[in-house]
Design a protein around this ligand. Structure first.
Ligand code: TTP
Ligand code: MG
Length: 412
């Protein structure tokens, strides 16, 4: 397994990092509660009301960006580039078509939307590093593989965010954090850029040197003086010269431009679940293949929880039938366990109702995790868990942590 045996904080060479960033986030939030703003130039900021002067643009919708409005701009400048609709409607000199909607910042609301998004991200990856209100790194190393499956995984994640929250995310996927960050920005809005291992350096080559994470406008200007225009130039530059001009930071951005970034995605907060999914090359109705795949997934998920010393109480499956119908089922055990065979058994039992249907993809998940607790001897009840498990649909499931390990007697 990719993560096994590596030093904390160091990435495995085959690491799959996804950087997710929501498109014009505050404006996207305002559009959720005010659908009339969809497709319109929208500016979120402070200080645009008559009588107020100081203020800045927090963000602008992509339609407003076409008028030259951008984050951190003085609001007065934004109002010149893009007057307010209500002003334009009353002023013969102004064209209503060339005007936009202005809304004040409402952090509380944006935080609530952000937490819905983060919940989906945590569902999709064991390790998530949240870096800002609308941005996070996901470690997908154990969730999927390089290849066709990865694109499908990413498309599904984007669709889930779009359908469940109502905003669009741009994703960048790469073997390093620094390349994933750049990749998510390349095709905004609603972008998806995958940079495969071995392609990082060529991906960077033609980009302006500012594209490299850590190169700001001032450094970029100095680099241009040295003849370094593109990230490719930076990758090919003399490291000693960079060191002399920029010190440690110079060496760091030099490494990034070469695709050398050994950082692992370090989580903030604990994972809520462990899951693994796998698609068939083509949908199959072969029960043996389906069950076999399910067992492999169950083993892999249980092994990962085991490696991290985590117990789980809920075991779930995901079944995707053509075209993209996703169904989930889950069972909760009376107490937390770490038992690979039990994961396989419960998964197969839940799978019973789908066995033999045409299936594109299968997934297994364990959740309701307990960290750093001892597992009691569970063999007694594990044997007849089939009758004791309590069925629940995953929609009704909560992610709350169990109160802690209780005695085995409590389970009975
Ligand atoms: P960003 O992700 O940088 O910007 P964005 O989501 O609006 O647009 P996109 O990602 O599509 O380019 O920042 C997220 C939010 O943070 C943004 O919606 C508003 C806020 N923000 C500010 O308040 N001031 C700023 O200068 C920036 C850059 C962002
Ligand atoms: Mg954003």
């Amino acid at each position: 397994m990719a993560n096994r045996g590596r030093l904390p904080g160091t990435a495995s060479p085959e690491q799959i990092v996804c950087h997710a960033d929501i498109d014009c986030f505050y404006a996207a939030c305002e559009r959720l509660r005010e659908p009339a703003l969809r497709g319109e130039p929208v500016v979120i900021g402070m200080g645009y009301e008559p009588g107020t002067t100081n203020g800045a643009v927090a963000t602008a919708s992509y339609e407003a960006r076409e008028f030259g409005v951008e984050s951190a701009q003085a609001i007065s400048e934004a109002l010149t580039a893009l007057p307010r609709k209500i002003d334009a409607a009353q002023d013969d000199e102004l064209d209503v078509e060339e005007a936009g909607f202005y809304r004040p910042v409402d952090m509380e609301y944006y935080e609530s939307v952000a937490s819905e998004i983060k919940e989906i991200l945590h569902e999709r990856a064991d390790t998530v590093r949240e870096v800002s209100i609308d941005e996070a790194y996901l470690d997908l190393t154990d969730s999927t593989d390089w290849g066709a499956d990865l694109r499908a995984f990413a498309e599904e994640l984007k669709a889930e965010i779009r359908e469940q929250v109502g905003v669009t995310a741009s994703l960048g996927i790469a073997p390093t954090m620094s390349a994933a960050k750049v990749a998510s920005d390349r095709e905004k809005p609603d972008g998806l850029v995958i940079v495969e291992p071995g392609e990082v350096q060529s991906f960077f080559a033609d980009l302006a040197v500012e594209a490299v994470h850590g190169v700001g406008p001032v450094t970029a200007a100095e680099m241009r003086e040295m003849g370094i225009e593109t990230a490719g130039d930076l990758a090919a530059a003399d490291p000693a010269a960079l060191d002399a001009a920029f010190g440690e930071r110079g060496r760091r951005v030099y490494r990034f431009a070469r695709g050398e970034d050994g950082r692992a995605v370090e989580p903030k907060g604990r994972p809520k679940s462990f899951s693994r999914e796998s698609a068939f090359t083509e949908a199959t109705a072969d029960v043996d293949r389906q069950k076999q795949r399910l067992q492999t997934l169950a083993e892999s998920v249980a092994e990962r929880a085991d490696q991290r010393g985590v117990l789980y109480q809920t075991i779930g499956i995901k079944v995707v039938t053509p075209p993209f119908d996703v169904q989930t089922r889950a069972d909760s055990l009376p107490g937390p366990v770490a038992d690979s065979e039990l994961v396989g058994e419960v998964a197969e039992k839940l799978f019973g109702e789908f066995a033999g249907e045409s299936i594109r993809k299968l997934g297994v998940r364990v959740s309701k995790l307990s960290f750093g607790e001892q597992q009691p001897s569970l063999s007694a009840w594990a044997e007849d868990c089939g009758t004791e498990t309590q069925r629940e649909q995953s929609q009704g499931e909560t992610d709350s942590q169990p109160d802690g390990q209780r005695s085995l007697g409590d389970f009975r």
